[in-house]
Design a protein around this ligand. Structure first.
Ligand SMILES: Cc1ncc(COP(=O)(O)O)c(C=O)c1O
Length: 548
């Protein structure tokens, strides 16, 4: 701490807050550590000849040597250890500030199973007779997810939640085409606080997206839904609880209304952590749902590790699922034959198998009762945070105010921002000084100065108390020493990153659209026509439904 910080005292338990200081190694890029002639382990002659024999044909071979740095084994080890020490990773901190990403503990024992040669060294083209153990695991995972969702079929091929949702949109399209209504049903309805990947995937496939806004009580508006249903409705894509943590109490009415209009209903269940063993998509009447195995089922998160999205469907939508599934025959496990309605593969082969093994191990370790306990603990943790943080002046909880959320809450620092000029981003940067990673995407930005916390079942009361104390301290600092907060982080390994560089098409092309703008001279698309007014109370800022 700086001497300025030492001199301050605040009227709450400061001892909970750590005197954190990130190491700074000033580590060069590994290419700058290049030391010609140095190497880790050299493959033996036999290894080299195997490579040579299986070399691809000349036309696809490299023309120049691979420009890899030459560096000794110990130097490589030190390089990456130093980098890891500079990272405020999920295993190091109370990573609850990435709400809606469900950053729960990924049990290390599961790495043993996923890293074992029985799954890690499998080749997707090897004969199924030599892969029966892995096939059984995939089959049983399908069965567990059927039980957990209540659905009839599961595809585990998608490599992310968004990919599974994209697969669901393609299934909806194929379903209506098979019924001769493909061109007529061109609208997909979602809610503003459903995860943005629902609207984004629908738009990517070519649907017109209709977005519903909360009613005056903060819940998705059933009347607004009814007013936009028609013979053009292809589907409802809805996240519940929404990314605000609000659970739609009329969800079955939503589903029924869409069914009456001839639409398909898809349930984004990436926020299922508070529902496991308690509520199922089937009983809510949905035709399809998806889970993020990398959120709810403990496997490492998408941006920090391999992901897997499970797409589940009732019998009526099952023929339209992507990817193969494992079926049990009287003698062995086989890949199912793709039917004539199956949609195109989402990725090659069968999905991210090591992740499927991790999720399977997690479910096996917990059992049915354990899964329910996960949900109950996650909700309890979230309610505890909610109750304690409600005491912080300047922090509010817009929409469905006063109501309990499920497993996460989207808070707003708007009042503190108006009082002090601080922003949620600056509060997040200051939290890094206390050893906490606090950042998430809150798109679309309807809740002003948002902070979404999702404590999951993985954190103890003491850890949550540490987090609460650091937030309280930061809010007080904003009132009494705003410069320290605004110039944070001070004790982190790096300062804030200049984000301009990552969005400047002159520097990077981080997406296909950015690439097209940069190299093909395409213009930025027109922004969506609706802009949230800022001069109204929050619940009145939104229209009832908005077409994109
Ligand atoms: C509710 C919800 N839906 C969908 C997604 C998209 O999943 P992914 O990031 O794996 O694409 C997320 C991401 O965490 C999510 O929270």
């Amino acid at each position: 701490m700086t001497s300025r910080e030492d001199a301050r005292t605040y009227p709450f338990q400061k001892s909970l807050i750590r005197n954190y200081q990130a190491p700074r190694w000033d580590e060069p890029l590994i290419f700058e550590l290049n030391s010609p002639g140095h190497a880790g382990v050299l493959p033996d002659d036999e290894g080299l000849s195997v490579v040579a024999e299986s070399a691809p044909e000349k036309s696809v071979q490299r023309k120049t040597a691979l420009n890899l740095p030459e560096i000794g084994q110990a130097q490589v080890l030190r390089h990456y250890l130093r980098l890891s020490q500079e990272t405020l990773g999920a295993d190091l901190n109370v990573d609850i500030g990435q709400g809606t990403c469900t950053m729960k503990y990924s049990p290390k024992v599961n790495e043993k199973f996923s890293g074992s040669s029985l799954s890690a060294d499998m080749h997707p083209l090897q004969d199924v007779s030599t892969a029966q153990g892995t096939m059984e695991i995939i089959h049983n995972l399908q069965e567990y997810l059927k039980e957990i969702s209540g659905m009839d079929k599961v595809s585990l091929q998608a490599g992310s939640g968004s990919a599974a949702i994209y697969g669901a949109v393609k299934a909806v399209q194929a379903y209506h085409e098979a019924r001769g209504e493909g061109s007529q049903r061109d609208e997909i309805i979602t809610t503003i606080f459903s995860h943005p990947s629902n609207a984004a995937t629908a738009k990517t496939v070519g649907y017109k997206v209709i977005t519903l806004y909360p009613d005056e009580n903060g819940y998705p508006d059933l009347e607004a839904l009814k007013s936009v249903l028609s013979e053009r409705t292809a589907a409802l894509f809805i996240t519940n609880p929404e990314d605000t943590g609000v659970f739609n109490p009329e969800i079955t009415d939503f589903v029924e209304a869409v069914r009456q209009a001839g639409g398909v209903t898809f349930y984004d269940q990436a926020n299922a952590n508070g529902l496991l063993g308690i509520a199922r998509a089937r009983e809510a009447g949905f035709d399809m749902c998806h889970f993020n195995l990398h959120n709810t089922f403990s496997t490492p998160h998408a941006c920090g590790g391999p992901a897997a999205g499970a797409l589940c469907a009732t019998d009526s939508l099952a023929p339209f699922l992507h990817g193969p599934q494992v079926v049990r025959t009287p003698t062995r496990f086989e890949w199912s034959k793709q039917g004539k309605y199956a949609t195109a593969d989402i990725r090659p082969f069968y999905g991210v198998v090591p992740n499927l093994v991790r999720a399977y191990a997690w479910i096996r370790a917990l059992g049915a009762e354990g899964l329910k306990q996960v949900a109950e603990t996650a909700v309890l943790n979230s309610n505890y945070l909610h109750a304690e943080l409600s005491k912080i002046a300047g922090l509010s909880i817009p929409y469905a105010s006063g109501e309990y959320r499920i497993e996460q809450v989207r808070y707003s620092w708007q009042e503190l921002a108006e009082e002090t000029g601080i922003s949620t981003g600056e509060i997040g940067a200051r939290m890094a000084d206390y050893g906490f990673h606090y950042w998430t995407s809150h798109h679309p930005y309807i809740v002003p100065e948002p902070m979404t916390l999702e404590p999951t079942e993985s954190y103890s009361k003491r850890e949550l108390d540490e987090y609460i104390a650091a937030l309280k301290l930061t809010a007080e600092e904003a009132r009494h020493d705003i410069d320290t907060v605004k110039s944070a982080p001070h004790r982190s390994s790096i300062h804030t990153i200049d984000q301009e560089a990552t969005t400047d098409p002159e520097t990077w092309a981080t997406s296909w659209r950015a690439y097209r703008r940069k190299y093909l001279g395409e213009q930025r698309p027109e922004p969506s026509t609706w802009v949230a007014p800022t001069n109204l109370p929050i619940p009145q800022r939104a229209p009832k439904a908005h077409h994109r």
